[in-house]
Design a protein around this ligand. Structure first.
Ligand SMILES: O=C(O)C1=C[C@@H](OP(=O)(O)O)[C@@H](O)[C@H](O)C1
Ligand SMILES: C=C(OP(=O)(O)O)C(=O)O
Length: 440
């Protein structure tokens, strides 16, 4: 089958059904990396088989781990208790999480590796991770432009640092902690606001002690170097960032009721659900349980009359990847939705503020762009545009959801990028009744 050059979403009849989101992307990267750093076997169940994570699987294999797919979503990683010298370049594809965490992990070992990625990843800032790693004693050589991939990381013999983050970033925190695992002394990372804590939780599951101390709205995480990880079983729940798309469609397509089962409900990831509730969304969670060290539940979204809100800036870290789909639901809401304090959106797979502003405007939605945010004035959504997605999976999925309830069809380019985080997105949405089809 040839990949279509575009996908088009058309106004759909009521969506209904139960489905499951693919495995959590953040946890999937971490399970592979910690499995490779550990001694012994790690059995992963529910791994996201998206392009970003598959790139990380190939990377840890290049660093010497055994990696084997034993069934759908089931992967076995045989760790060597550390990274070995790779004999090829480490291509992380489109994955910011993959490259930043792997750079941190590799810096702790006496290896030298060149990291690279696709055109989108090559535009993203890497000094935010490189700076602390150099401070710990690693050597980083920019092979092209400074602060950008490709970069060569030469590691080993690190010393612990105390790092205070200016923005809450789980990727930076995780890179430092993974390097700190093999550094001399106790590494600490302080965050002004709490970012997702999957690395800390998973390090504990692999046998490491991780300290956490509350500091204002944030916390200080500490890790003693020299601790050894032991392979373990990791169960990965559904990704709330992916579940957001079918749930958003349920909220905006009249008459709909959509349930996504087994969604991870870690409170550091559920800012979008909180915001939707404040907007008046009929969003219910049933079958709450703890599984694999995380809270999980079945989330149901029914079509709702939404109202605009001001999203608290302090919530940004808990929903940073969800602002594009929030903006789509805001387009159908009554009144303004104000999203500020989200300058980080500009350094994701694309400049997500400017891409959402451009896409929504092309679809006839009134949007104001600001340096660190944007404001969507909801109401009628005429649609009738082809949206440029700049290699960004979330920009593509967001506009397809918009097209399901807009007056006229909405098309997106580069649809193959959706497999970065959500392989099977189109089939899953069609299974709920969404009218999404390939187009040229
Ligand atoms: O640690 C992670 O798994 C992630 C952290 C976030 O990035 P930042 O740490 O840059 O905020 C998020 O945008 C990304 O999709 C996944
Ligand atoms: C920002 C994202 O991922 P990453 O930083 O891993 O590329 C995302 O998935 O929205």
């Amino acid at each position: 089958m040839t990949t279509p050059s575009h996908l088009t979403a058309r106004r759909s009849r009521a969506l209904s059904g139960r489905t499951r989101a693919p495995g959590d992307k953040s946890m999937s990267h971490r399970a592979l990396i910690l499995g490779a750093m550990a001694s012994g076997t790690t059995e992963i169940d529910g791994l996201l088989e998206g392009d970003d994570v598959l790139a990380t699987a190939r990377a840890v294999q290049a660093f010497g781990a055994g990696v084997e797919r034993t069934g759908p979503g089931r992967w076995r990683v045989t760790g060597q208790g550390g990274f070995r010298q790779p004999d090829s370049l480490i291509d992380c594809g489109n994955a910011g999480t993959g490259v930043r965490l792997l750079m941190g992990a590799a810096a702790g070992y006496p290896v030298s590796a060149v990291f690279d990625g696709d055109a989108s990843l090559r535009k993203r800032p890497m000094k935010r991770v490189a700076g602390p790693l150099v401070e710990m004693g690693a050597r980083l050589d920019w092979l092209g432009e400074e602060d950008r991939l490709p970069v060569q990381v030469s590691g080993g013999a690190l010393a612990a640092i105390d790092h205070t983050q200016s923005v809450a970033s789980a990727q930076i925190k995780s890179a430092i902690l993974l390097a700190g695992l093999n550094a001399d002394g106790v590494t600490t990372v302080a965050e002004p606001e709490r970012s997702r804590d999957h690395t800390e939780r998973m390090l504990r599951a692999f046998g490491a002690e991780v300290g956490v101390e509350a500091v204002g709205e944030g916390w200080r995480v500490s890790l003693r170097g020299g601790q050894r990880l032991t392979g373990t079983a990791v169960w990965i729940p559904g990704d709330p960032s992916s579940a957001a798309f079918p749930l958003a469609a349920g909220l905006v397509v009249p008459g709909s009721s959509v349930t996504v089962e087994g969604v991870m409900l870690n409170p550091l990831r559920t800012g979008l659900f909180e915001t939707w509730r404040e907007m008046g969304a009929d969003l219910t969670i049933s079958n709450r349980r703890t599984a694999g060290g995380e809270e999980v539940g079945d989330v149901t979204a029914r079509h709702s009359e939404l109202s605009g809100v001001v999203v608290p800036e302090a919530r940004a870290a808990s929903m940073i990847d969800e602002y594009p789909i929030l903006a789509v639901t805001a387009a159908f809401a009554e009144g303004e939705t104000v999203m500020r304090g989200v300058g980080e959106m500009r350094v994701k797979e694309s400049d997500r503020i400017s891409l959402m502003v451009a896409g929504l405007r092309a679809c006839g939605v009134d949007v104001a762009e600001e340096a660190e945010g944007f404001v969507v004035a909801g109401g009628a959504v005429p649609g009738g545009a082809t949206v440029h997605t700049a290699h960004d999976h979330r920009i593509a999925m967001s506009h397809l959801v918009l097209g399901l309830a807009a007056e006229r069809p909405v098309a997106v380019d580069e649809p193959d990028m959706i497999a970065t985080s959500f392989p099977g997105f189109v089939e899953l949405m069609r299974g709920l009744g969404a009218d999404i089809a390939a187009s040229t």
